[in-house]
Each structure stands twice: as C-alpha cells, then as structure tokens.
Design a protein around this ligand. Sequence first.
Ligand code: ZN
Ligand code: MN
Length: 439
Amino acid sequence: MIKKEKLKETIGFEVHIELNTKSKMFCGCPANHFGLKPNTHTCPVCLGLPGALPVPNIMAIEWTHMIGLALNCSVNRKSKFDRKHYFYPDLPKSYQISQYDKPFCSNGHLETSLGKVRITRVHLEEDTGKLLHKKVNGKGVTLIDFNRSGVPLVEIVTEPDIVSAEHAKEVAQKIQQLVRHLKVSNCDMEKGSMRLEANISWGVDLNYKVEIKNLNSFRFVKKAIEHELARQKKLLDKNVLPAQETRGWDEVKNKTKGQRRKEVEEDYRYFPEPDIPPMVFDKKYINSLKDKLPELPEEIRMKLINKYKISSDYAKILVSSPKSAKFIEKAIRMAIKEGLNVSEFVNLIVNKKINLTSVDIKSLIKEIKKKKSDKIDDKEKIGKWVNQAISNVPQAVQDYKKGKLNAIGSIIGQVMKLSSGKADPKITRLIIRRKLKGK
Ligand code: ZN
Ligand code: MN
C-alpha cells in the first residue's frame, strides 16, 4: 500500500548549457554551429575517427568552474573526464566524454522564493551531433550534422528540492539569468543552447522517477510538470506505482508520453577517459576565479531590497536582464546624488520600461530633474488659476455640475493655459473637483 499522506511533489532538474567558447571542447573547430552548412565545422576529433586525440579546452573548464562558484558549489581540487557509453547515431565514438565521480564542482545551492534548492554537481561534457529527419528523393531519411558534435556542454544537476511546476519555472529562469550574467552562454532555449530535463515523482522514498525531456520553453516546463504530477497522482491514488521511464512532452497534445525505459547508471559503463590525464586545481587558481566572479543577480536583488528599499517585485524586474542588473545600482547612486527620490526614480524606470543600457543615465536624470523643477505643485498658486479658469468657462462649469464629468477637461485646459503648462495636472484636477463640489 502507498501511504497517501506522505506523498509530496518532488522535482529535480538536469540542465544542459552550451558554452559559447570560440572553439569546441576537445578540438580546434569553431564551437558556433547555428545556421551553418552541415558538417563544415568538423575534424577527426569531433567526428570520432579512430586515433584522433582530444585536447581539453581550458576556457571551457574555467567557465564551468565559474558557473559552479556562482551556484555556491565547491570546486573539486582533483577532477577527471570519463567515458559514458551509449549507442546513438549522433554519437560517432559510441561514448560521450563526460564526468562521472569527480565532476568539476559539487554541493552548491540556488536561492529561490521557496528557499534553497541544492545543486548536486556541475560538470562538463561534449555535445552530440544533430539528427535531421528529411525527405530525400521522396524517401524519409535521417541525416546527421556534426557541427554541434564536441561543443562544450555544462550539465547542472539539482537535488529533488523543487516542489511545484511554478517553482520549477522559477529555478530554470534563475539558472538562465545567472549563466547569462556570467556571459558564458546565450542559454537560448529555442535554439537548444539551454536544455532542460526534469525528474518527477511524488517522493524520494517511492523509488521511482520519471524523466521528462524536450522542455524547450519555460511555458512547457510548467505545463509538462503540472501534467506529469497529475498523471502520477492518479496512478498512486489507485495504488499503482508509476513506471520508471523517460517521457517526452508533446506540445501538440499537451501531455507527456512514454518513450523508453530509463537507463540506470550501470548501463553506461563509465570508465576514466584514458586519453586525458586527471587534473589538479590549486587554491591560487580557485581564488583567482572567485575574484573574477562579477556581482551576481541575487546579490544585486537583495541589495536593491535591503539597501535601497525597493519592492521585491521591482527588484526582480530590475535584475532580470544581465545588462540592467549591471547598471541599476550605478543609476540609483547617481539619482540619489542628484537629489532624486529613489522610489520615484525606480518607478519611472520600471513603468516606462526604460532600457538602462541604451540610455545615457546622466541625461536621463537631468531630464527628470528638469521636468520636476518645471512643475508647479503649490496648491495656493494652482487654486488661484483654478478660480480664474472657473470664471473663464462658465458653460463647462455648469455642464460639470449637471453631471457631465468630462467637462472638467476644459477647466483643466484653462489652468494649463494660465500656468503655461506648468501646473501639476493631478493637483489641478483635485482642486477643481473640491471647488466645484463646495459650491
Ligand atoms: Zn573538431
Ligand atoms: Mn549530460
């Protein structure tokens, strides 16, 4: 019998991210593979030809370490590459160079609105080729493009700490934001430079998990997880344990469907990559990476909330793009220096969707100040103009009193005329209303 009261949404992620290094992971071919003529960026190494030897890309290793550090992981002093075996036509060597028991980084966490999500590991591997299903001479064929084969691919694995579909979406977005902030990948889900797999169950004790692949947008992440949790719950309610399997998200039918039995680790016959010696990283190197790490979106967000008293909704918007996150504090500091009110300034940026990267912050602040100093909000002064305006347009006043509320427009217009457009329209409207009510 399955204990129903113990059931709890349990979700973990595996996130694959293609690094935008200049060259591939183990050869000198260009790593960029989008929109190119198939099989033009290849060589014996990334085609898996016999005898070709891999040489690791140092930049890719450094960037993997940076991602790990940004996710609060520890960098493992000793690390190595391993061969992960499986047969598939897009993998010419029949093994992928990956990392097994000594990943570059482990034991981190990501802050979320529902607490910490633990990061199990961050490791580096190579991407596979791409299969293209086409028709040639009227016959359905599968073609292989090896331009993507050997592109550096970082894999981030979380613990099953994610508790809902909405939470999963937040975690995925935060990882994307963080990696983009480090400028090491475009993390473009549509182009496949960020790919998500979710492991879903109703509790770790139940000893099964269902892996969902093909989640290529944040919307699908949410929908697929919602659907899969409900599907499993129905089975569990009938005392049936869901099968351990891999399912794909069908975006047309809006449901997940079974694909294959999930491999277990033993199936991959992992063993150390004999062509690449194990690596050792010293403290000096690790510290130098820590120094290189830019201020992270989460730190900036917390500073906006705690130091500048900005609402958490606005803080979230302001750090959502790496560029905005980079400039917002500088802009706020300049605004304060110029005597502007921080919350007014931030409201303006958020509500008018001002792009801090394409605007000159100095002249933006100047403009705001000028508008402010030009405005007249002295109630006594405005009151005098309102009196004058009321006697100028008696018809409008009568209309207004009869209930034609739109007539207030021409009275405001009069005040604007009398004040050369400087009277604060909000205050003007209030004073007119008050005066016409009183009479
Ligand atoms: Zn190559
Ligand atoms: Mn992988």
